[in-house]
Design a protein around this ligand. Structure first.
Ligand SMILES: Cc1ncc(CN)c(N)n1
Length: 224
């Protein structure tokens, strides 16, 4: 079995727990509180600014031009397609681009992005891909699962989000990351694979914390 398949199978209970989070479930039903979604959008924008930097780091660490070009494409798609969705939503919520960029990151947003960037900066390309893969892969699965719910993709607020993450374009992005990880890990020793699994598990867990942070609109316990 390829390494990605092994990860997916081993971590299935944790993965399912993420997908069953009330934030995701209520988005699919269309019953999610609009304010929770607004909070999510702002934090996710801050998250994506940092996440996009992983692709830039990936490009600098690439061993060949083809991989470098693909990382560059993913950087472009994140900044100009995925983040454009957030900018559109922000406009609907009356939040300017400046407000979006200057918003304060929540503790979970800070912890998740700092962890990923640390792995990206200090590790190998496979470690970097292991860190970012749960992000792309889980959103593809969630997007597709929600799109299969009758009417969900046509919801006036959440429909656009569901259509973006269930789209073939987004799906191809996730697939490229899966394929790259499989290519880089073929024939690698167990101790290296165990380290990659640990990284993949950590960001999978951060994905849960991110949904939970948005659902409860969690910031620091005491504000200034
Ligand atoms: C927290 C999070 N994880 C994943 C994705 C999908 N790129 C996202 N937008 N935000």
């Amino acid at each position: 079995m390829k390494f990605s398949g092994k990860l997916h199978t081993t971590l299935q209970p944790i993965w399912r727990n993420n997908h069953n989070h009330p934030f995701v479930v209520e988005m699919g039903k269309g019953s999610l509180d609009k304010e929770k979604f607004r909070f999510f959008m702002v934090q996710d924008y801050l998250y994506l600014i940092e996440y996009a930097k992983l692709f830039a780091i990936g490009a600098t660490k690439s061993q060949d031009v083809k991989t470098m070009g693909q990382f560059a494409k993913l950087l472009d798609a994140t900044m100009n397609e995925e983040m454009a969705l957030h900018r559109q939503y922000a406009e609907r919520f009356g939040v300017s681009e400046k407000e979006l960029e200057e918003a304060s990151p929540s503790p979970v947003t800070l912890a998740y992005t700092h962890y990923m960037l640390h792995v990206g900066q200090s590790g190998s390309v496979s470690e970097l891909v292991a860190a970012l893969l749960p992000c792309a892969w889980s959103y593809r699965e969630i997007g597709r699962e929600l799109a299969a719910i009758p009417g969900a993709a046509d919801h006036p607020l959440y429909g656009e989000w569901i259509r973006m993450y269930s789209s073939d374009e987004f799906g191809q992005t996730a697939q490229w990351c899966i394929d790259l990880l499989d290519e880089l890990t073929a024939g690698k020793p167990e101790n290296e694979l165990a380290k990659l699994e640990e990284i993949f598990l950590t960001t999978t867990r951060f994905e849960y914390l991110f949904w939970d942070m948005a659902y409860h609109k969690t910031m620091w316990p005491v504000s200034e």
